[in-house]
Ligand binder design. Structure first.
Ligand SMILES: O=C(O)CCC(=O)C(=O)O
Length: 542
């Protein structure tokens, strides 16, 4: 037994020693608590609340000792992988985290493309800031250590950022887009399955008998279960489902899904109007939701666009997949063509993704020497966006997004084009295995990041989101700790604002400004969240 475990055992024995008075037990436990963690001299944490050590009960002291011993043991344990080690530097509340704010993240080594990027060692300038550039006014950069990874800092001005925030919150968190919260309505769904299996990441495979097996064990180096990809439905079941799919009573309604997917289940709707109503009081002032039941929107962490990624089977269901055929028509979007595995891809987002890829293609071809301007750098680069993910990360979340690889698209020759909105976050770009130490990069509202070429299959994730760091002129909270002046991490930049006026080119009414009340609600939502929209091409051609 190590020293910490011995102290915990001693505390538990003391707590149960009725030969001692309660006062004696409290005194002995207090001494033990301070020995393990001198900080306890000031405050002891018991349960969710913070209590002074002096007033702690026997039970609270034992809990404090167990907590502190556990935390000390975690600090002493070496991280399992190089990725985890770097993640721990930034993860709030992580045993090794030193990063409470953007300045601390910079001090811990995060790359910052928005501040004098040319001074960063190992950085390649593919296009310097060019105010008139329609897609990349803040320039296009790469890292010599990560061919195919590109960052376009401050590519979007604040009006453009608002456009996509409005598009996302007003439209893309609604059915037929699939969202994490649909687990309740749709039992055939990854999060419900993963939660039932006690798995915190959606890492489950579907077996032939319909059961699911977690393969989280593979992350710990244990052998993977026999691979069992999605099973084609038995002919009879397929026929029954196909019949149901043409029957309006079965799954013709937009809010229902087919047999096997929770027939008749209602999906939560109108998330943004409900949030707006709850967030904004009659006087137009924002009222945070502390202590009240949270609107459903605050539970959404992702929604999928276009071809819907199936987190359970870890695949897209494309038109040639039996599962796609089985569910075809079940969402009955207006034209009756959508299915639970497909929703119309937003036209404006399609144009934007295509434009970004084309701009990088042009800049990288011009800047890279001919022997480098090839597949390793993601060239030639073009994309016909067919699928996307809209992510929402609350700043309060301990780990916004764990390390993962986006490898389920059928063709990896196409880039992932990714836009950051709202609060600043730390993004980690790793290598092909978790044993490669990731590069920490600050991503701010309006930044674009690209995974292509050698970096297309790199591990990556989000380590931290810093609240109240969204561009204050549009997104700062009206009630929270809104900074009085522009915070130091958002430098003024002529380039940032120049192309805003022209943004009407994308022009979907869902991106148009709302009234003052609605705009207040947008601020309220974004002030403590980072949003991310990313697009992919799943397969070549249609
Ligand atoms: O939030 C980001 O920047 C990355 C999102 C991501 O990795 C994903 O959706 O797969």
């Amino acid at each position: 037994m190590d020293a910490l475990a011995a102290m915990v055992a001693q505390a538990e024995a003391l707590a149960g020693n009725t030969a001692l008075s309660v006062t004696e037990r409290v005194a002995a436990l207090t001494a033990l608590a301070v020995a393990i963690n001198p900080e306890r001299r000031k405050v002891a944490r018991a349960g969710a609340g913070r209590i002074p050590l002096a007033g702690a009960t026997v039970e609270e002291l034992v809990t404090a000792i167990q907590d502190d011993a556990g935390a000390a043991a975690e600090r002493a344990r070496p991280p399992a992988t190089a990725y985890k080690a770097v993640e721990g530097l930034f993860r709030p509340g992580g045993a090794r985290s030193a990063c409470a704010d953007v300045a601390a993240a910079l001090a811990a080594g995060a790359f910052d493309f928005a501040h004098s990027p040319a001074a960063i060692p190992g950085l390649r300038v593919l296009l310097p800031p060019t105010a008139s550039h329609p897609v990349a006014p803040g320039g296009i950069y790469g890292l010599t250590s990560a061919p195919g990874f590109y960052v376009l800092p401050r590519a979007l001005g604040v009006a453009q950022q608002e456009y996509w925030v409005r598009r996302m919150l007003r439209g893309w968190v609604e059915p037929p887009q699939r969202r994490n919260i649909d687990a309740v309505a749709d039992p055939d769904y990854s999060n419900a399955v993963a939660a039932a299996a006690g798995v915190d990441e959606a890492r489950v495979v579907r077996l032939a008998d319909g059961a699911f097996v977690s393969y989280a064990s593979t992350l710990r180096g244990e052998p993977a279960p026999a691979p069992a990809p999605v099973v084609a439905p038995a002919p009879a079941a397929a026929a029954a489902a196909a019949a149901a799919a043409t029957d309006d009573g079965g799954c013709g309604r937009p809010d229902a899904v087919a047999a096997g997917g929770g027939a008749g289940a209602e999906f939560e709707r109108d998330l943004w109007p409900r949030y707006r109503a709850a967030a904004v009081g009659a006087g137009g002032a924002s009222a945070r939701h502390h202590g009240r039941s949270e609107p459903a929107l605050t539970r959404v962490s992702w929604a999928t666009l276009g071809y819907q990624y199936d987190w359970t089977a870890r695949q897209y269901h494309l038109p040639s997949d039996p599962d796609f055929a089985l569910h075809q028509g079940c969402h009955a979007a207006p034209a009756g063509t959508a299915s639970r595995w497909w929703a119309p891809f937003p036209a404006d987002l399609w144009c934007w993704g295509r434009d970004v890829a084309a701009a990088i293609d042009a800049a990288a071809r011009a800047a890279l020497p001919p022997h480098e301007a090839g597949a390793a750098h993601g060239l030639p680069m073009a994309i016909d966006p067919q699928s996307g993910i809209a992510n929402i990360y609350a700043a309060a979340k301990k780990l916004p997004m764990g390390a993962h690889v986006d490898d389920m698209e059928r063709d990896h020759a196409f880039p992932v084009v990714s836009l950051s909105l709202g609060c600043t976050g730390v993004y980690l770009l790793g290598g092909r295995t978790r044993d490669a130490a990731p590069v920490p990069v600050l991503l701010r509202s309006g930044d674009i990041a690209i995974l292509s070429g050698d970096a297309r299959l790199a591990f990556h994730g989000g380590a931290q989101v810093f609240s109240d760091t969204a561009p204050p002129e549009r997104f700062a909270s009206t009630t929270g700790a809104a900074p009085a002046a522009a915070p130091p991490d958002i430098p003024p930049s002529a380039a940032t604002y120049l192309t805003d006026a022209a943004y009407g080119a994308y022009g979907h009414p869902g991106g148009a400004p709302g009234d003052a009340t609605e705009e207040t609600a947008f601020r309220d939502f974004v002030a403590s969240r980072r949003l991310n929209i990313n697009v992919r091409q799943v397969q070549r051609g249609h």
